[in-house]
Design a protein around this ligand. Sequence first.
Ligand code: COD
Length: 313
Amino acid sequence: MVINFQQIIQRIYSYPMQRIAVAAGTDAETLHAVKMAYEQKIADCILVGDERTIRETAEKEKISLENVEVIDADDPVKAAYKAVELVHDGKAQIFMKGYIHSDDFLRCVLDKEVGLRSGNLLNHVFILEATYLNRLLFITDGAMNIAPTLEQKAQILANTVALAQIFDIEQPKVAVISAVEVVTPAIQSTMDAAMLSKMSERNQFHGGIVDGPLALDNAINPEAARYKKIGGVVAGHADILLMPDVVSGNALAKSFAHITGGTTAGLIFGAKVPIILPSRSDSKESKLMGMACAVYVAGANQHKRVKIGKVHF
Ligand code: COD
């Protein structure tokens, strides 16, 4: 089982080198991450974006772009389309967001002609290096599906269980998060959580052990679960947190990064290739770890063909 980002970096050294096409890779943190990825042999990158801005930023930050290909595109959306085409045409294996709004970037991922759709629902997963808990935590969906329906939540769970299994968590424990741990008709997310738990018990979607509703404290902290007398194998030990909506998912992951100083990696999963979707304000370390995780997932795909389970209704 992978418990930190350093282990991921060690594992990808045995994988073939991957190329990442970076859409609007014009900002300092992205350029630092690209440089570190090259130096640490994590990945090669192609920067697509306003070339003048890229070169000026690199000079100001004293970053050498000697080994990095740069393709000029004068605005972020055009850059994203040029970059996704490189992936679509097999000239790069991974797609990454640079200094562009997430919705513009995602529309390009979903483009019917040059995008990276696979027929699956795509979802975003923040992978947190939760050193205090001594494991990786997978938080979904904090960046793509704004207000998922019950059906979409089930598919997001099936996707994320498959992702966690790539990280050698064979039977991921999934907590469906709400504000309370009792089914409360006034809080829709508790109702969805109860239904997802039952659907999981009835094998309506693949893998994982699902329980909910759980509140954040009793999902990840065994003491809190014991104190509130919540039994079961998931309470206190969750690997995956399914959040009620994009606002709560996004706020939880960003509070980890910006209040505790923790490192997160942001991926879109379920597309034809792994996609790195950090927040524009993420640190270079977070962006680099996103790259490492995406390379790891791409390598795992080539080695053992990852299977995403379908949801049955
Ligand atoms: N997986 C697969 N296909 C999808 C998905 C998905 N998650 N979402 C939409 N589609 C397909 C639809 O089936 C349809 O064919 C097409 O894409 C358009 O769907 P719409 O009309 O819902 O698409 P948009 O363009 O209005 O919205 C899609 C976005 C992903 C842009 C939107 O959901 C969004 O803005 N998400 C939040 C992005 C964001 O701002 N995140 C901020 C945090 S960093």
